[in-house]
Design a protein around this ligand. Structure first.
Ligand code: SF4
Length: 349
């Protein structure tokens, strides 16, 4: 590390000592690292999700499954229901696969990034974060917050995503050998609270003296982003089949979009994407609402159709369950289908 890299690390760690966010999965600055299980669980939950949204889920998971062995013993369906609402459901499937792999190997997470990366669902970021935060190993941890701070500190003008290599190389130069876990969390906190995407609070920033973007009065210009392409829009249909105060729910196939989750039956929009699937039952269907939902790579317009009259009374359905309508909030539906259910019930009120 050269003098200015050391200045950056020292200034940031000093700031972190005073301003660290108290989060349920953390140890206070300068204290021994937290349980690797908690670090790993929180990092998986935090991918694409805010700390505010993750907090209650994290607490519930730790209460219900206090160790990696306990989580490994959970039923798939039980875990998917507990995850419902957090989104990006492949993470939940990988979470279980990873917990089982760690439990089968004796219950201890490995400390090295390379070993962590062999576990299901642990990409470069999560492996680096667990290695640094839970084991104090020197690892270069670059999430979206860190990416923004580093792009500004070094005024990296290349647009994302091509700039990632340069950002990583620059992050490498400022990562200290000691307290790498605190340093990683300090960068995340700085990005979340001071060096925010809009209107960064440079006057309060411990790194302003070293920041190239601040010196040029161009903080918001970085990171430079490539022009966005509009997301494609898919259309689909979900079906509400109800009788005797209960609605028919299915379990989605284990792989694919929202895999393994409880759901309303639908027309296969996730595979076909054109809403052309067939109605599951003959009868009088009534279009009751439209739900808009954003996935990572496409937007979805989901039309909700309700089977009218006695249509649902006569049918025999397989591979699913009748779920009490007045307890629909407890079905663990992913957000898309929870919205569809609310659309039906709002229409009725
Ligand atoms: Fe971000 Fe401003 Fe601090 Fe630079 S000085 S790191 S732009 S908050």
């Amino acid at each position: 590390m050269d003098a200015s890299s050391e200045t950056i690390a020292d200034a940031l760690l000093g700031w972190y000592g005073r301003h660290a966010r108290p989060l349920p999965w953390r140890s206070p600055p300068g204290s021994p690292p937290p349980d690797p299980y908690r670090v790993w669980l929180s990092e998986v939950m935090l991918q694409q999700t805010t700390t505010a949204a993750v907090g209650p889920y994290f607490r519930r998971f730790i209460e219900r499954w206090p160790t990696v062995e306990a989580l490994a013993a959970a039923e798939d369906a039980e875990l998917m229901s507990a995850w419902a609402g957090l989104g990006y459901y492949a993470r939940a499937r990988n979470l279980l696969a990873c917990a089982r792999a760690v439990a089968a190997a004796g219950g201890a997470f490995p400390a090295e990034e390379a070993e962590l990366r062999k576990l299901p669902g642990l990409g470069a970021y999560t492996a680096a974060a667990v290695s640094a935060i839970a084991f104090g190993r020197r690892a270069v941890v670059v999430d979206a917050n860190v990416e923004r701070v580093v792009a500004r500190l070094f005024a990296i003008g290349e647009p994302l995503p091509a700039a990632r290599a340069a950002i990583r190389a620059a992050a490498e130069t400022i990562t200290p050998n000691e307290r790498a876990g605190d340093f990683a969390q300090a960068m995340m906190d700085l990005g979340a609270t001071i060096c925010t995407p809009r209107a960064p609070r440079c006057m309060l920033c411990p790194l302003s003296g070293e920041c190239a973007a601040f010196r040029a009065d161009e903080a918001e210009r970085y990171p430079v982003k490539a022009a966005k392409r509009a997301k494609p829009l898919r259309r689909g249909r979900a079906y509400w089949i109800e009788r005797d105060g209960a609605v028919w729910l299915v379990r989605r196939r284990p792989s694919g979009m929202l895999g393994g989750m409880r759901a309303l039956p639908d027309d296969g929009w996730s595979a076909r994407g054109d809403g052309s699937g067939e109605l599951p039952l003959a009868g009088q269907w009534r279009e009751t609402g439209v739900v808009q939902h954003g996935f990572t790579h496409f937007g979805l317009e989901l039309h909700v159709a309700v089977l009218d009259g006695d249509g649902a009374r006569a049918v025999t359905l397989s591979e699913g369950e009748w779920w009490p309508v007045n307890a629909i909030e407890e079905a663990g539906l992913p957000t898309l289908f929870a919205k569809a259910a609310r659309a039906v019930l709002a229409h009725r009120a």
